[in-house]
Design a protein around this ligand. Sequence first.
Ligand SMILES: *Cc1c(COP(=O)(O)O)cnc(C)c1O
Length: 390
Amino acid sequence: MNYLISRRAAALSPSLTLAISAKAKQMKAEGHDVIGFGAGEPDFDTPQHIKDAATSALASGFTKYTPSSGTPELRQAVVEKFKRDQGLTFKPSQVIVSCGGKHSCCNVIMATCQEGDEVIIPSPYWLSYPEMVKLAGAKPVILPTSDKTEFKVTPEQLRAAITSRTRLFILNSPSNPTGSLYNRAEIKALGDVCVEKGVLIMSDEIYEKLVYDGAEHVSVATLSPAHLEHTIITNGLSKAYSMTGWRLGYLAAPEPIAKAIDAIQSHSTSNPTSFAQKGGVAALNGPQDHLKTWLAEYAKRRGYAHQRLNSVPGISCVNAKGAFYLFPNISKLGLKSTDFCAKLLEQQKVAAVPGIAFGADDYIRISYATSMTNIEKGLDRIEKFARTLA
Ligand SMILES: *Cc1c(COP(=O)(O)O)cnc(C)c1O
């Protein structure tokens, strides 16, 4: 049988981050002492009161379809979250709850992009963005950045990339994979270009709560009514509440876009899992004090890992201002990122993600969403490995 794969599906690259974690898991299962720096998820447990809300929803029989864009209760909780945290006013009809922040991003791109359209994506980028754009039939336009500018694009760069075909600019601050964070002036300058040129912004704010050193997360949507009109915010519960397996994300969009996404979702996934949504309500409406503890722990690990990485001859690393990743430059060690990570895993049993997965072959991604003990051990091994190359 000659199985025909659709042009759309055949054009996709499988997720390299998921592949690396799978390989590391397999080596662990075979008894190897693997240190995993590949994780794209918090190592903390979901707070108990969130689990309790889902458990009692399940016990009470809340196990049926809900409205496809989420329960009125959860959409209202999202509306209140935007008001409380960002001073933004949305109607419940502008909010769509989806099966993870990834799904929210995919919905936005599917609802706004098609053949002939261009989507501007700064690199290093979250690896799913260009694939989603291709899936929609549109063309990713990559704007390269480097550690010299803390991985930030300039308004001039953005302006020069905009054509009559540009539909969307994807902004992810704090960023996966670099942890870089745009300040208010930088966000405004980028937002101004988009407003002037009539380009929509997809602002992926999934790491909104994970910022360090007293830095401030600024959403482009908060800068003026014109900025708000040009912005679709995507967010979710995976990172701030450690709920990656629950698959809950949400977005807020101008009404016609929200309506289109509602239609897409109603014919594809339908609603996110009913009892998970009850947990989502508890997460957004309940106490937020777990975050303080997590942030203190992440900050400690980040400080240590950043200092250790910079002490390794041949490696340099700008400090991250948010998320839970560092993105060290390994180009002086003479290996490209895939080779570097393959040898590192093989020789030192350390799993990190090659930067090429994010469009930046001179770097690797280190996630510090793992214990301090693992970070210490892993960095000892990276240092040993680097000395064999230098
Ligand atoms: C983790 C992540 C998401 C969302 O993940 P979900 O588990 O689907 O909620 C979205 N964007 C970025 C950049 C991420 O790293």
